[in-house]
Design a protein around this ligand. Sequence first.
Ligand code: EPU
Length: 336
Amino acid sequence: MISLLQHHTFALPAFATSLIRIEQIDELKQIDWNTPFIILGEGSNTVFVDDFQGQIIQIANKGISVNETDVSYIIEVSAGENWHKFVNYCVEQGMYGLENLALIPGTVGAAPVQNIGAYGVEVKDVITKVSGFDIVTGRQQVLTSEECEFAYRDSIFKHTLLGRFIITSVEFELKKEWLPNLSYGPLKSLQAPTAQQVMDEVIAIRSSKLPDPKIQPNSGSFFKNPIVLKEMAHALLSTYPEMPTYPVSNTHIKLAAGWLIEQANLKGYKIGGVEVSEKQALVLINSDDAVNKDLLAMITHIQKAVLAKFGVALEHEVRLIAKSGETKVEAPTCHK
Ligand code: EPU
């Protein structure tokens, strides 16, 4: 048995049968895929809520290669590279487009799985290909961005290819002609910034709102921002005109889960060792040697409170791993 405490940033006490660190992708051919497994990068979006009865496959291959065309940089990055280090490298090398995604924890290989996004940019905007190992065929396979079926915090890797496709590298295209993306409110005040200045501002905003997992164990945004029917959003707006909303389509509107949780009076709320962050209500913190039942009780408590006050179901964005694999705490559907 191996302790997983150091292998997921929420740092609940949990064990797995074994952990295999993959530094060369050929090593994937030696794995016994009949034993239950979980693929892990740096564990910043995965929480082990029980001892996992199986092997943890930690993807730790390294390498970045850059090709240039007249208009773009085409960058192939190994899945095990740290995301923020990669963003920093790009800005240093004069390759721009990822600066809004600075300081997101985790690995490059994890980025497409949940289509990471922040401050007006989603990683799908710059991904051209995702390569990986298909455990069914035992071969390397390449998916185009379209084949990845990217959506808000979602992709094919959470659905059809879950437990089958192991991402080994990601290809990005960064255009040489660069314009800063300042669509997110607090970035709007920057005047003709350089990419470095955008990155510095993103780092400053993130550091002020989001607790550093090394100091206060957490997994970033715990819930997805809920996407609801327009009619429902408008009904809520008539009661709460100050409620933040983001257009999604002609029929749907996205709400801010952090705002809903704060309005349900849960900032700073504690169950055992788990606390709702005072700075950003969408973030749960392991503030005092939390155990799994604290976290599970907190998820249900938040879901029920938000449902009771707003009639909105929250889905956790963080992936929870129990004894036999991934599990979900379903949002209650009615508030009885
Ligand atoms: N808000 C509150 N109270 C709170 C938190 C937020 O009123 O406690 C309000 C804010 O004032 C704002 C709105 O809710 O009007 C949205 O908040 P914020 O801009 O902080 O972003 P978010 O929707 O809470 C999302 C992503 C973050 C990403 C930020 C910035 C999700 C689940 N989360 O958070 O991503 O950094 O936008 O773009 O989509 C992550 O996925 O782990 C993550 C941190």
